[in-house]
Design a protein around this ligand. Structure first.
Ligand code: CAA
Length: 263
C-alpha cells in the first residue's frame, strides 16, 4: 500500500480496508494534510472493487483529539483566509462515499474527532472512548457537523448541554443515547477487531443492496419523512433490476448460501 505521513492503510481481509489515523504526537489532531491523506485513501478504497466496507480507527489513546488547534490559532482573525480556502469543507467528502464506513473509537474523540466519527455510518466504541464537543472552551463552536448531527442523534437538550458546557461524554452515555451502535468488550484492539468482523459481514452481502441500504438510511437524516419513504421505495424497486435479487431469493428457496455477483 501507499505510504502516507499521517495515516496507515491496510487490508486485514481482501474485502475490508482499514485506515488508521497515525499522528501520535498530537493525539491524531486532524491537521489539513492528514485530512487530505484521509480523503485520498477513502476515495481509493471507495473505487476499489475488491473492498466492500471500510474501517476507520485511531490509537488506543485517541481516535482524534479534534481539528488542529495550533493550525487554527495561526489564522489571525482571518475570516477571508478560512472562507476563501474553504476551511473544513473537504471534511464532507467522507459523507459522499458509496461504501459503508465503520468508526472504531478508542480514547479521545473530541471536537472534530467526534464529528469525524459522527460522519461515518456505524460507530463502535471501546469502553475507554471519550466523546465531546469542547470547542466552546476555545472560544468557538463545532464546525464540522457536531451541532447538527448530535442534535439529530440525541436531541436538543443533550446537544445543547454538550455544546454549551463542553463536557465530555462516556462510551456508556454514547451507547445509551444511540450515538454509537454498541460498546465492545475491554482489551486492546478489541474495538478494531469487532469493526473488521462487522465489515467482513457487510462485504459478504450483495454490494448493490448494501449501497442502496446506506443511501436509504441516510435519506432518513437528510430530508423529510415523506421524501425518505419515497427514496426507500424507489431504491427497493431498483433492487428488482439486479441479478443479486434473483440470486438471493433463489438461494433462499433452494436452501443454499447466496453467491452474490454485485450485479
Ligand atoms: N490540536 C493540536 N494539538 C493537539 C490537539 C489538537 N486538537 N489535541 C492534543 N494536541 C497535542 C497537544 O498539544 C500535545 O502536544 P505537545 O506535546 O506538543 O504539547 C499532544 O497533543 C498531547 O496532548 P496533551 O499533552 O494535551 O495530552 P493529555 O493526555 O494531557 O490530554 C486531551 C489529552 C484532553 C485530549 C487534550 O490534549 C485536549 O484537550 N486536546 C484538545 C481537545 C479539543 O479541544 N478539541 C477540539 C478542537 S477544535 C475543533 O475540533 C473544531 C471543529 O469543530 C472542527
Amino acid at each position: 500500500p501507499k505510504q502516507y505521513e499521517y495515516i496507515l492503510t491496510s487490508k486485514p481481509d481482501p474485502s475490508v480496508a482499514l485506515i488508521t489515523l497515525n499522528r501520535p504526537k498530537a493525539l491524531n489532531a486532524l491537521c489539513s494534510p492528514l485530512f487530505d491523506e484521509l480523503n485520498e485513501a477513502l476515495a481509493g478504497y471507495d473505487a476499489d472493487p475488491e473492498v466492500g466496507a471500510i474501517v476507520l480507527t485511531g490509537s488506543e489513546k485517541a481516535f482524534a483529539a479534534g481539528a488542529d488547534i495550533k493550525e487554527m490559532r495561526d489564522k489571525q482573525c482571518a475570516f477571508s483566509d478560512v472562507y476563501k480556502n474553504k476551511f473544513l469543507e473537504n471534511w464532507t467528502a467522507i459523507t459522499n462515499l458509496r461504501k459503508p464506513i465503520i468508526a472504531a473509537v478508542s480514547g479521545y474523540a473530541l471536537g472534530g474527532g467526534c464529528e469525524l466519527a459522527l460522519s461515518t455510518d456505524i460507530i463502535l466504541a471501546s469502553p475507554t472512548a471519550k466523546f465531546g464537543q469542547p470547542e466552546i472552551n476555545l472560544g468557538v463552536i463545532p464546525g464540522a457537523g457536531g451541532t447538527q448531527r448530535l442534535a439529530r442523534a440525541i436531541g436538543k437538550s443533550r446537544t445543547m448541554e454538550l455544546v454549551l458546557t463542553g463536557r465530555n461524554f462516556s462510551a456508556r452515555e454514547a451507547e445509551a443515547w444511540g450515538v454509537v451502535s454498541r460498546v465492545v468488550g475491554e482489551g486492546e484492539g478489541e474495538v478494531v477487531k469487532e469493526a473488521i468482523e462487522m465489515a467482513k459481514v457487510i462485504a459478504g452481502k450483495g454490494q448493490l443492496a448494501v449501497q442502496a441500504g446506506k443511501e436509504a438510511v441516510n435519506a432518513a437524516y437528510e430530508g423529510s419523512l415523506i421524501e425518505g419513504l419515497r427514496t426507500e421505495r424507489r431504491l427497493f424497486h431498483m433492487m428488482f433490476a439486479t441479478s443479486d435479487q434473483k440470486e438471493g431469493m433463489s438461494a433462499f428457496t433452494e436452501k443454499r448460501k447466496a453467491n452474490f455477483t454485485h450485479s
